[in-house]
Design a protein around this ligand. Structure first.
Ligand code: ZN
Length: 240
């Protein structure tokens, strides 16, 4: 029999598990080093009860996941040299450093061309990159808010101001003062992930907390949000 995928919410976290009904008396939860969670439940146990029991073990599950996480290889620090790849809107582009009249970055032919007047130094390239990403973030994040806003406008809420910042642990936030803050690192993720974070934060205009009303609304505005959230979580080393 095949295991079926399910998910439950624990605070901000989505715990995804595979469920297998088997001929057994008790339920068993196992967490594996590849972060897979497998739940074996006695045949006939109602799904609601299974979810309830998994939820009760959430803290333990997260502890196991964190335990395994410490063994994951860390993404190597960026070195800003030719041949290294960098992400933009979810795609990897290889760096190519070239001499030129002017310092600038050009995205062309599947490559990040770094045009430099002077000898290439990682510091110089990094600062060019930071500026380039900041410009692109402004353009794409504003476009994302424009795309997502019409559905919210009809709800009579007022449009928040967009702010872009570097954040260590969050993709976005919405303040009571009406600021929608997006993490500049989102510019490395696909457009659909940027939209997911924007829609998530805009839903907070209507529901402040992550209750069932919040998730109903999110589901309504973006039925496939879980896919985009999962994608964000698998992009390596962006939030570090
Ligand atoms: Zn939230």
């Amino acid at each position: 029999m095949n295991a079926l995928p399910y998910g439950i919410h624990y605070g901000r976290m989505l715990i995804s598990f595979e469920l297998l009904f088997a001929r057994r008396k008790t339920m068993k939860i196992a967490v594996y080093p590849d972060e897979r969670i497998i739940v074996k439940a006695p045949k006939g146990m109602p799904l609601e009860e299974v979810k309830e029991r998994v939820l009760r073990r959430s803290r333990w599950i997260i502890k196991q996941l964190n335990y395994f996480k410490q063994f994951e290889p860390r993404t190597p620090p960026r070195r800003y040299v030719s041949g290294e790849t960098h992400l933009y809107l979810g795609k990897q582009y290889r760096l190519k450093v070239k001499r030129a009249e002017q310092n600038r970055i050009k995205l062309c032919g599947g490559q990040f061309q770094i045009l430099l007047r002077e000898d290439p130094s990682p510091r110089k390239i990094k600062s060019l990159f930071d500026r380039w990403y900041a410009e692109k973030a402004e353009e794409h994040f504003a476009a994302s808010v424009d795309r997502c806003w019409p559905a919210f406008e009809k709800r009579g809420v007022s449009r928040p101001n967009l702010k872009i910042r570097r954040m260590k642990t969050r993709w976005g936030s919405l303040s009571g003062k009406g600021n929608l803050t997006l993490n500049i690192a989102l510019i490395r993720t696909p457009r659909s992930c940027i939209d997911y974070v924007v829609v998530h934060e805009l839903c907070h205009l209507i529901h402040r907390h992550h209750g069932s009303g919040f998730y109903r609304l999110l589901e309504q505005f973006m039925p496939d949000w879980k896919k985009h959230k999962a994608r964000l979580e698998t992009l390596p080393g962006i939030l570090s």
